[in-house]
Design a protein around this ligand. Structure first.
Ligand SMILES: [Cu+2]
Length: 614
């Protein structure tokens, strides 16, 4: 009986140890921000949050950044969001406060390659990112011969990043225009004084394509090194290379190892497809499978459109056997321009799992992407998420919130007026691309279905068009961001919130982002109502006095609902509090039946604040 009890205690202890959250430390390290901790695993020599299929996401974030933060698990679709599982700063209480810890738990029913990164201000651009791997227990049998190869494969991680030594002190230089992302963002916001003109100028144009080479990085890295070298074991015959574009602004041209096959994109199985070269845009992932040889080499070159890339634009990955004595592949001496990033490969890849796919009854929505001089918008309006320097949302124009009905299908036609390419990421959902500027993509059904992704490249220039479709099928409902994943474009307002109708009905605060400040203030003032009221009257009279003096403290110039210019720190003063946003609901369009001109009409029709101006 004693032995039995001993066994029971042992099982209980193991159970307690097993159920402990993985503790990760968010900290400043040398010239960057980092995620580290003993709960992490080394995969191919790279620190990773390694989970097994069916395991919960159960992480305790310890914030040693000395400022607030929040961490998003990119590509994971939690079925609950109510206490901030998605890691997006919609509600102030969801933040991980400075010098405190926060426990985040949710179920995962996905496998593959993901990463976590800060979703607060420019922290991701300073390096706050870490790979996540969810290992399969079984592989789909429909993968054919590759099924066996995956069982006999060693894992490697290749996280691509664009890197500047971040310090508060440095100013921008030729080599590295972004080594102080905060001041770069502040500079950008100063240009916002002419936003209304820019909306008019950029909203209905079709700019020529440009790349992001005006954003200069000191170097581009794989696993934080320009030349990353790791050891292969002789135990497995194959290598599974897990590519993550964890950079903040750069799309990469990948030169795949000889004989490699793409097996997953964004955590979704694809019919194995031979890879010679591929584009990976910001936030995307690709898993490649390749038979081990003396050396596995992969090159990544930063997108270079109008220029010849130099040695700082290239990063190399090498995997070698421990006793290898053969000469190693070195960085190439000369590089050709990569040309523009494109998404052609997406349309050749096919999903493995057979699932019915019919979006013929979907609601079609036009989404125009535009922007200039550091101002970025969706349908002419901007929503800037909070960060350490400004804990509130900043709103310019309307609309920014799109309401979803549970179980309904939606198709967003993204039209890029902008010369920049954008890498659009949807939280909480995966989607398919069904149409490009050239029309419908001739996918076949069944096994030849288009692949699901969570991040898609929208090429820059010439009003490139992509129609993406998804089902509002997140079992937890909720509010999910849809945004450009390029750090500066997001911070310049290229963000839309997708809100399930039934979730926001029960909690309107969730989407009242533009009145966030007043709600917070009211909640805090409630117990001291009388005092609070007096303070407000006092503040208002001070405000009036300042107004009379003609002093301005203008962060941006926005538009109010009448289309007139509204100046101020926030446009919440121009709106009634707690008024739910009614957005897009009155207008529907059917892309296949309407001409481009008609579509443009519909787009402007969505914008009550703009109609009188354009
Ligand atoms: Cu963008």
């Amino acid at each position: 009986q004693g032995a039995m009890r001993g066994k029971f205690v042992a099982v209980l202890l193991v159970g307690m140890v097993m159920s402990e959250p993985r503790r990760v430390i968010l900290r400043r390290y040398e010239e960057s921000l980092q995620i580290s901790g003993s709960a992490l695993s080394l995969v191919g020599g790279v620190e990773t949050l390694l989970l097994d299929e069916g395991e919960k996401f159960d992480v305790e974030y310890v914030n040693q950044l000395h400022e607030n933060t929040i961490v998003h698990a990119h590509g994971l679709n939690p079925a609950s969001y109510k206490t901030g599982q998605d890691g997006f700063p919609l509600v102030e209480d969801w933040l991980i406060p400075a010098d405190r810890a926060k426990h985040v738990v949710f179920d995962i029913n996905q496998t593959g390659t993901f990463f976590m990164h800060s979703h607060y201000g420019m922290q991701h651009a300073k390096g706050l990112a870490l790979p996540i791997i969810i290992r399969e227990r079984n592989f789909p049998s429909s993968l054919g011969i590759v099924h066996g190869h995956l069982n006999d494969a060693e894992d490697f991680i290749l996280m691509l990043e664009d890197w500047c030594p971040y310090t508060m002190m440095r100013t921008s230089d030729e080599k590295c225009s972004l080594n102080s992302p905060d001041s770069a963002l502040a500079q950008m916001k100063l240009m916002w004084t002419s936003v209304p003109k820019l909306i008019q100028a950029s909203f209905q144009t079709c700019e020529a394509p440009v790349d992001e080479s005006h954003v200069k990085y000191e170097r581009h890295t794989i696993n934080r090194k320009q030349e990353f070298q790791t050891e292969m074991s002789t135990a497995e015959t194959y290598a599974r290379l897990r590519l993550i574009n964890g950079g903040s602004m750069t799309n990469y041209r990948i030169h795949c190892p000889k004989g490699s096959k793409i097996v997953q994109v964004d955590g979704n199985w694809v019919v194995p497809y031979s890879c010679d070269k591929l584009w990976i845009s910001v936030g995307q992932r690709y898993d490649l499978l390749v038979q081990k040889s003396t050396e596995i080499t992969l090159l990544a070159i930063a997108e270079s459109f109008n220029r010849v890339p130099n040695m700082n634009d290239v990063a190399i990955f090498r995997a070698l056997f421990a006793n290898s004595t053969s000469p190693r592949t070195s960085l190439p001496l000369a590089l050709n321009a990569t040309g523009r990033a494109d998404d052609e490969l997406d349309f050749r890849l096919r999903r493995v799992q057979e699932a019915p796919m019919d979006y013929s009854g979907a609601e079609n929505i036009s989404i125009r992407l535009s922007g200039k001089h550091g101002y970025m918008s969706i349908n002419g309006s901007s929503l800037i998420p909070p960060g350490p320097s400004d804990p509130d949302f900043t709103c310019v124009g309307e609309p920014r919130i799109f309401r979803l009905q549970r179980g309904k299908k939606y198709c967003f036609t993204l039209v890029n007026s902008n010369g920049d390419s954008h890498s659009f990421h949807m939280h909480g959902h995966d989607f398919v691309t069904l149409e490009t500027s050239d029309g419908e993509i001739p996918y076949m059904h069944g096994l030849n279905s288009p692949v699901f992704r969570d991040t898609v490249l929208v090429p820059g220039g010439n009003c490139a068009r992509r129609k993406i479709c998804f089902e509002a099928s997140n079992p937890g409902g909720g509010v999910w961001p849809f945004h450009c994943h390029m750090s500066f474009h997001l911070s310049a307002g290229m963000l839309l919130l997708l809100a399930y109708e039934d979730s926001v009905k029960s909690d309107t605060n969730l989407i009242d982002v533009c009145n966030h400040k007043s709600i917070q203030f009211w909640n805090k003032a409630k117990p001291y109502f009388a005092g609070g009221l007096l303070a407000m009257i006092f503040l208002f009279s001070v405000y009036l006095a300042f107004q009379r003096k003609g002093e301005r403290e203008t962060l941006y110039v926005g538009l109010n609902e009448g289309g007139r210019i509204a100046k101020g720190r926030k446009n919440s003063r121009h709106r009634k509090p707690n008024k739910p946003h009614e957005v897009f609901t009155g207008q529907k369009s059917n892309q296949s039946q309407k001409s481009r001109e008609e579509r443009d009409e519909l787009i402007t029709g969505h914008l009550p604040g703009l109609r009188s101006m354009v």
